[in-house]
Design a protein around this ligand. Sequence first.
Ligand SMILES: Nc1ncnc2c1ncn2[C@@H]1O[C@H](COP(=O)(O)OP(=O)(O)OP(=O)(O)O)[C@@H](O)[C@H]1O
Length: 231
Amino acid sequence: MFLVGLTGGIASGKSSVLQVFQQLGCALIDVDVIARHVVQPGYPAHRRIVEAFGTKVLLENGDIDRKVLGDLIFKQPDLRQLLNSITHPEIRKEMMKQTFKYFLQGRRYVILDIPLLFETKKLLKYLKHVIVVYCNRDTQLVRLMERNGLSLEDAEARIQAQLPLKDKVRMANHVLDNSGRWSDTRRQAILLHMQLEQSLEYLPLRLGMLVGLAGIASLLYLLARCLLPSP
Ligand SMILES: Nc1ncnc2c1ncn2[C@@H]1O[C@H](COP(=O)(O)OP(=O)(O)OP(=O)(O)O)[C@@H](O)[C@H]1O
C-alpha cells in the first residue's frame, strides 16, 4: 500500500474531488473529519483546549465553538501554534489507526485529505504522491465568496493566509485543474484513479509484510521444535 496526499487551496474543490474518489470506492482519510472527532467532549484534546483557551470557546452543549476558536487563532499565530500542539498528535494517532485498518483490508493506495499539507509539511515524508486540486485565483475567489457568503476583502484575506496555489502546483506530482466545468475535473480524477490503481508501488510494503510474517512463523516453528519434547 502507498499513501497519496490530496491538497489545494481554500475553496479550490478538494471536497468535491474527494467525493469522486469516494464514489470510485477509494480508501480515504479525511483529516478535517478526524480533527473534529478528536476535540469532542470526553477526548483528551477537548480537555486541554478548555484548559488553554478557557470556557469561552465552548458552546452550550459542551462542544468546541469552532467559529470562536477559528477567529481567535486566525489573528494570533502563537495561539494557532498552541492549538496545533494540542490537536496534531491526537490527529496523527487516529490517522495511523485508519491507515493500518486500510492496510489490513489489502488496499493498494489510500488518499489522505490534508488541506494544509504544504503549510505544515509534517506528513509530506510519508506520501508517495501528492495531488493538488487547483483553480485559478479569480474562480477561487468567486467560489469562496459564494459558498461562505464572504465579502471580497474577507475572501482575499483567507486566500492570502495560505501558500499561493501556484506554489503548491509546483510541488505536486499530479494537478487536477478545477478552473473549468465540473465534468472536466471529474474526468481528470477518474483517470488519475485508474493510474494509481494500476501502479505497482503498493507491492514493496505488501511483500515486506509477507516476508516479515513468514520470518515470524519460521521462528515460532523452530522454537516449538526446540522446546517441545520430540515424540
Ligand atoms: N468545477 C466547479 N464548477 C463550479 N463550482 C464548483 C466546481 N468545483 C467546486 N465548486 C464549488 O466551489 C465551492 C468550493 O468547492 P469545495 O468545497 O469542494 O472546495 P474545498 O477545496 O473543499 O474547500 P475548503 O477547503 O475551503 O473546504 C463549492 O461550493 C463547490 O460546490
